[in-house]
Design a binder for this molecule. Sequence first.
Ligand code: C5P
Length: 280
Amino acid sequence: MLRLFSPAKINLFLRIVSKRSDGYHNLSSVFQTITLGDTLIIEPSAYDRLTCTDPQLPTDESNLILKATALFRRQTNLKHAFNIHLIKRIPTQAGLGGGSSNAATMLWACNQLAKTNLPLHILKQWGATIGSDVPFFFSEGTAYCTGKGESVQPLSALASRSLWIVKPPEALSTPEVYRRLGFDSSAQLSTPSDLEAFLSGSLPLFNDLEVPAFDIYPQLKKLKATLIESGFETVLMSGSGSAFFCIGQGSLPSNLSVTSFPVQFMRRGTYDWYSDGLIE
Ligand code: C5P
């Protein structure tokens, strides 16, 4: 039996660079894992079965966890199957990468439980076929991602920060947010200076997907303004939203109808998966 932590991610900045001929978008973004996460409890079984603490979440083969197990079987020609229980804490349709993190965690678990000892770059490559954010989770938790997100340049640890994740009730669909962006294919390519500027602290943090997300739900723009007025130094939507992260000395107003989580940056050890530090 394996009990694995599956962390959420935030995008410390997110630039949409161009629209690709395959319909996806090239991006430039620093991804960071945080201490908010799900738990997967996995044991070998005669067939795949997924249960989840959140009754709203589909537990059929559309769930990225079961896609990951099916992919592992296909790629290895092995017959291993698993009984998986998912303790869901990461809000969905929030831009926090919960589904992608679960898929990466499941690929790691398959590799452990089937004792296949595959190198991570193989799992990462397979993960990219499940979702653009999956490869990032095979970094150690901090990375500069380009292309669709699958080109992952690992970064060393950033200065530790405490922050709040704020999730409003509005749920955003990633394809819809990208569609609303209305990017044409003529935009300029590649902005390698983003990373240098970010690391030197001179890049103002921004997320190009805020504009289309605020277009879909104008109340998100109001929420961002309220959070800034509450004293936070940085308030930024993560990924395609609708969750925000808030950094700085502010305090959350008590009258907001949002779910909030105090979190910190987290990383994994080179040879270990992410851990919430709880003893099994
Ligand atoms: O790769 P993933 O399945 O997570 O992407 C979901 C959707 O988000 C894609 O179908 C696409 O519409 C959009 N997307 C994009 N460019 C990216 C990542 C996602 O346009 N780099």
